[in-house]
Design a protein around this ligand. Structure first.
Ligand code: ZN
Length: 136
């Protein structure tokens, strides 16, 4: 596996509105998309900084993974996403090397990316997302 760059950093927030206000007025970034991802029970807001994005995640239900994360740990960095090619092969490879897969098969994430998560128990506590952009 050879990630090309950090695709995005996912940050859990209680309020997308407050989050957007901070990233726009304090950090000077511009929110370019807001999208609800029903399967993951989140609303997302995106900012671009170089090749990398910041993805704010507001839970739409308390029983989703981001809702549970905020209840347990509060707001903060939720996951890091690495951009890879040939995600299916990469998943087989990292599993062979001992990483625990949350998704054995890639699923659809925000922005039409194909994504899969590695379990934080096998990645030193960092929820790790691997994603492939087939739109390019
Ligand atoms: Zn993500």
């Amino acid at each position: 596996m050879k990630p090309t760059h950090i695709e995005h950093i996912g940050i859990a927030v209680k309020s997308l509105e407050e989050g957007i206000k901070y990233y726009e007025s304090v950090l000077g970034l511009k929110c370019y998309a807001i999208e609800e991802v029903r399967e993951q029970k989140v609303k997302t807001a995106f900012f671009k900084i170089g090749q990398t994005k910041i993805e704010l995640l507001e839970p739409t239900a308390s029983d989703g993974s981001v809702g549970k994360f905020i209840a347990a740990k509060g707001e903060g960095i939720h996951h890091i996403a690495f951009s890879v090619e040939q995600l299916e092969e990469v998943l087989k490879e990292v599993e062979q090397k001992g990483a625990r897969l949350i998704d054995k098969i890639p699923r659809k994430g925000a922005e039409g990316l194909h994504i899969a998560f590695l379990h934080p128990k096998s990645t030193m506590g960092v929820l790790t997302e691997l994603c492939e952009n087939k739109n390019d």
